[in-house]
Design a protein. Sequence first.
Lengths: 106, 466
Amino acid sequence: MPEIITKIPLEYYIILASILFCIGVIGVLTRKNALIIFMCVELMLNAVNMLFIAFSAYKGDAAGQVFVFFIMAVAAAEVAVGLAIIVMIYRNTRSVDIGQLNKIKY
Amino acid sequence: MLSILLLSVFGIANLFLGFLKNRQILFVGAILFVLITFGANLVEWGNPLDFGASINKGMMATDKTSVLFTAVLLFTAFLIMPLSQNYIQDKEAQPAEYYAILLFSLVGAVMMVSYESLLMLFVGIEILSISMYVLTGANKRNNRSNEAAMKYFLQGSFATGIFLFGVALLYGSTGGFSLSKIQEYVSSTPNISPMLYLGLMFTLVGMLFKVSIAPFHFWTPDVYDGAPTLFTTFMSTIVKTAGFAALFKLLSSSFGNVYGYWQTGFITLSALTIVVGNLTAVYQQSFKRMMAYSSISHAGYLLLAVTAFNERSSSAILFYSLSYSLATVCAFGVLMLVSAKNHNEEYNSFNGLAKSNPFLALVMTIAMLSLAGIPLTSGFFGKLWIFISAFERGMYWVMVIAALMSAVGLYYYFKVIIAMYLKEPHSKETDTKIEVPTPYIIALLIGTILTVVLGLLPDTIFGLLK
């Protein structure tokens, strides 16, 4: 086991990842710009990645790190689709403000 | 397992067929591909093809339950494909891409019903969701379609983040992703760490979000309303069936020992969903938006079956999602024809349909009766079995709520039937006959006949899982 693992307790990683995750959640809930919301979602995913890697290293189990690769690949696909949707919206409305998305009402 | 391989290959094949100038080949090809996969899936009944542990590594498993759910998914897709006929004529549309994405999204759905590891569950959910984000925005010059795609995408990826955080915490407490390893930890550890409960909560919230359980349902009406109707049909049937199969599989194979932890929450949520879905549906003017709220209420009934959590649950979920899918496909198929002619999706566009086109009116009536749960249609037995399994669990007060709310459901489903049979059309112009293309007739006939047959002989499907 590497020395650094014995010096930094696992709890520190969990707390750091939780804080990052909460920042992401708060960003998604409060911001109005679609791009910033999107960045906050990515922050949430990266907080999860860090949590996976920390657990994986402390348990000496590689499965967690493999999961991180899957999350990265899926997040890349999501970015491709998400940015395309944002560009599509921008072409039609000249804005990426989600406050403008109020056409669908009953 | 075989169906995943076939669907992936067929999706790519469909993209290449798009190079041909003849779009009719694409249409026939896509339907044929789904049929072949449906047949190949049934071959796996009894002799699953898992390629052994050397390749599979405990990631996925094909058993009788997963074969049946895959069959329901593929059959629904087979009924939806013929309804895409108007895209063949539309010069703006790209049918090759639509069909390929539909086939690829089915891969995700099949993965969601046959996973053995949370990794595969995650990949399956994402394949299905990302395909749906694209298809929701397929109508790219339409502001409503754009808005729906954006809302679905932002809220869906937010839910994915929450789901993944839960999976990370489950991994931290149990040390593995496979369902059997989590089950082993949950059943053998005397003091289960609080991290597992927290992780389970996040994971379930993420999944309930995808199947639109109140209070996580806010995206559903807007997305269903804004998306092109063909893809709304796909979303409200296939995504829901796969989502509930995955939810039940996760809970039954890993978290049966901590039933007390999630039971109370689930009972409350299903009661809330049934109430919110039915009561809001009453106030809708648009038929499509009413169907969105009705799909929320049906999600509530399905969650009731998950919560009942006994040996009947799995078959109750299977039968309910099959009968719900059949009726929904028929209803949306009729809506597509009617709204293409009248250019609106409100109740009054159905006025006088029974006179101008009795066939469509009959299909719609049977679909509405099945959704409302009237006897002699399959929807009745779907609801009945959910109530029986809830009764065996002793969830009496939520059953009372569910039964009362089905009565509320009668009101808004009958609004359409009244509009079709008793109201006069607005003008002479709307009185002209709607032409029903042959593929529509075939799909709607199969859906309607099955709805009635399953309402008369329900044991044919129900007995399979025993």
